[in-house]
Design a protein around this ligand. Structure first.
Ligand SMILES: [Zn+2]
Length: 272
């Protein structure tokens, strides 16, 4: 009984302690983030991405959908909204130190990711993982409890990305990628899941030093805040910008007086 207790304790220490790296200190890595929409990356992880970019990591962002549905503006069209969201995403990432040629647009329609042919979608993400060979993949947490409340594209992006991480390491999945495009299998060593429940988070990144970049990235998404949701206008009124800034800050978690972004870290996709 004692031995068993000791074993469990050892395991708990290993999961929450030394094996979990400080994201703030990562250097020289290739980081590939899969975001459902062109704004989740800024809202979930903008501060962390700014720190990663500042520390010389190569950060790439894969954007599943073009976000062409979320507007109440009766004069808005899907095509125009997609263009607006693209330029907002580019501006937001520039603020974080991520250039536009590091954004990989898959262009699926907003809210429709679950209706895209699922085999094609996994193949698409698998090819990207094999091409970029990331040290770290960042994705929506597909955890058994949190996935229930995710909205449609978030559920699908979570599951699809993990399915692609699995497929990418086995050469017999989508062997055409190797034969026709020279893409070799790739085993993703580290995973950082975002949109995690508090109880599942095992990484807290202090984003105080880059709060200005986080806010600039989040506030680039003018069409996602009022009054832009009801009537799009690219120019903020100062009072609307202040309201949006307060909203972003209120969504952030705080630990010991610091603003943090929370993640669940895993070293093998099926370890947890
Ligand atoms: Zn989203």
């Amino acid at each position: 009984m004692k031995l068993l207790t000791l074993g469990l304790l050892t395991c708990a220490v290993a999961l929450s302690g030394a094996d979990i790296p400080r994201v703030e200190e990562m250097k020289g890595k290739t980081v590939l983030l899969f975001t459902p929409h062109p704004d989740d990356d800024a809202f979930c992880c903008g501060g962390t991405l700014a720190l990663l970019a500042r520390n010389g990591n190569r950060v790439y962002v894969v954007i599943y959908t073009n976000d062409d549905k979320g507007s109440y503006d009766p004069d808005m069209t899907g095509e125009r909204l997609a263009r607006i969201r693209k330029s907002e995403e580019e501006a937001g990432n520039r603020a974080l130190g991520i250039p536009s040629d590091h954004l990989i647009w898959l262009g699926h329609h907003d809210g429709m990711l679950e209706y895209v042919d699922s085999k094609s979608l996994v193949e698409q993400a698998t090819g990207i993982i094999r091409r970029y060979r990331p040290d770290v993949v960042m994705a929506v947490d597909p955890g058994a409890e949190s996935v229930r409340w995710h909205k449609t594209d978030h559920r699908m992006a979570a599951m699809n990305t993990l399915d692609a991480v699995r497929a990418a390491e086995w050469h017999l999945y989508f062997p055409n990628q190797r034969l026709q495009q020279g893409l070799e299998p790739w085993r993703v060593p580290e995973l950082l899941f975002f949109y995690v429940l508090d109880k599942d988070a095992n990484v807290q990144v202090n984003i105080d030093p880059v709060m200005d970049k986080k806010l600039a990235a989040a506030l680039s998404h003018v069409s996602q805040f009022e009054p832009g949701v009801h009537k799009y206008n690219p120019d903020w009124k100062p009072e609307d910008r202040k309201k949006a800034e307060d909203e972003v800050k209120s969504m952030l978690r705080r630990r010991d007086g610091h603003y943090v972004e929370s993640f669940r870290y895993a070293t093998e996709f099926n370890q947890y």
